[in-house]
Write a protein that binds this ligand. Structure first.
Ligand code: URA
Length: 439
């Protein structure tokens, strides 16, 4: 088989069969096909797409390029959640202890902030001592005993994705729905979960800004996951404004904890409960979202998820008592509050602009080598639909240093949009898309 023939076949719009895909991916990982041929194939996929069977075959071949976390011997059900990322998105931190309190095991492997979207690992590491590089055995033990663990991906998990993603990043081929689908699902399946709730976001702070693109991605993920025998469903959710009232690595740990204590902001609680309800449905513990939400509300009232969150901090190398002392006090000394420029209503706080400011503040990263700063962040005192008088506080910004603070203020001020009339209320969950294996 010759790589060039496969590139030409894809370029002409034909589907590659599993043997051809296996040859291409295996040879690439082995180093016997050069980057430029795989880049040409990825560009052909970008323009020609892939059939559903081809996407499923590519996903399986990518999983087989490395090792898979073996959770056998630990009783399930195992259910995870994956978000396509956004600004202020800390739902993973809430969901893992919440669903673990209801008997679900969540093998959660997360990523780091990149670009304007935050990363769960950076948030967790804002707690001194917290370890996010667990060995597979530590990961397994914590899942068995505590119901969940939070770690980064192991080095030998889906090596094909690591190579391909890097190549796509520099060849303009990231935004291909079948390649994104195979990338996300290969990693999730290799982590050991066989049931998955996807939070596919749209809006200015999302990976897919247009609703139609987000929906196409959600449908591809659900149909490919179903073909791979996963129980899977997706929610299309709003990321046009930051989620919750806080963005920033420690600030988001604090806000996740507030949610577990019953004091979370409405939009964040709403999305978290909707996602948790779907996780319960996939685990066959709730027959519909309303029942799932009610189960979550009841268990939150017992305080068990809060205790599991604190226990996890201790079990992964942090100190829960220290975390409690840091609440409301761990902030950069360099800060400024932005006040409303006019009276009326807040029409929108542009998540994309807040996310871009977050890169400069050290919440996110321009490139993976950048360092994040745990005590930086933004707190929103007002969001869409809230009435304001000129001069009211709209947001407080914490920065690493004075020059960093000055550099982001114009962008953050421009993120606030005003209206004279009250804007229509925000719809947090636009649509749910379910797979066939999920009755
Ligand atoms: N996230 C992933 O994990 N993979 C992609 O290809 C795009 C976003």
């Amino acid at each position: 088989m010759e790589a060039v023939d496969l590139i030409v076949k894809k370029r002409s719009g034909q589907a590659l069969n599993p043997e051809e895909l296996e040859f291409l991916i295996k040879s690439y990982v082995a180093g016997t096909i050069p980057d430029y041929q795989v880049a040409a194939w990825a560009m052909a996929v970008f323009f020609q797409g892939m059939s559903p069977e081809e996407t499923a075959a590519l996903t399986t071949i990518m999983i087989e390029s490395g090792s898979v976390v073996d959770l056998s011997g630990i009783p399930g059900p195992f259910v995870d959640k994956h978000s396509t990322g956004g600004v202020g998105d800390k739902t993973s931190l809430i969901l893992a202890p919440l669903v673990a309190s209801l008997g679900i095991r969540d093998p959660m492997m997360s990523g780091r902030a990149l670009g304007h979207t935050g990363g769960t690992l950076d948030k967790l590491e804002s707690i001194p001592g917290y370890r996010t590089s667990l060995s597979v055995n530590e990961f397994r033990d914590l899942i068995a005993h505590d119901g969940f663990a939070m770690t980064g991906q192991t080095a030998d998990l889906v090596p094909a994705d690591r190579l391909l993603y890097k190549l796509r990043d520099v060849t303009g081929t990231v935004e291909s729905i079948p390649l994104i689908t195979a990338s996300i699902l290969s990693k999730k399946k290799a982590e050991g979960t066989d049931a998955l709730v996807l939070d596919v976001k749209y809006g200015s702070g999302a990976f897919m800004q247009k609703i139609e693109d987000a929906e196409a991605l959600a449908r591809s993920l659900v149909s490919t996951g179903t073909a791979l025998k996963m129980k899977i469903c997706a929610l299309l959710t709003d990321m046009d404004e930051p989620l919750g009232a806080m963005t920033g690595n420690f600030l988001e740990m604090e806000e996740a904890f507030d949610c577990l204590e019953g004091n979370g902001p409405e939009d964040l609680m709403d999305i978290s409960l909707e996602l948790a309800a779907r996780m319960l449905m996939l685990a066959q513990k709730a027959e519909n979202p309303a029942v799932g939400r009610e189960m979550c509300e009841k268990v939150l009232a017992t305080g068990k998820p809060r205790e599991l969150f604190l226990q996890n901090i201790d079990h992964q190398g942090g100190d829960a008592r220290r975390f409690l002392e840091m609440l409301r006090t761990f902030r950069s000394p360099v800060s400024e509050t932005i006040h409303a420029e006019k009276s009326g209503f807040i029409a929108r706080i542009d998540a994309g602009k807040v996310g871009r400011a977050g890169i400069a503040l050290g919440i996110g990263r321009a490139v993976l080598e950048d360092e994040v700063y745990a005590a930086a962040g933004v707190q929103f005192h007002r969001k869409r639909g809230n009435p304001v008088q000129a001069g009211d506080p709209v947001m407080t910004v914490w920065a690493r240093d004075e020059s960093g603070l000055r550099s982001v203020l114009p962008l953050l001020k421009s993120a606030v949009e005003y209206s004279d009339a009250e804007p229509p209320s925000r719809v947090m969950v636009l649509k749910a898309i379910s797979g066939l294996n999920f009755a």
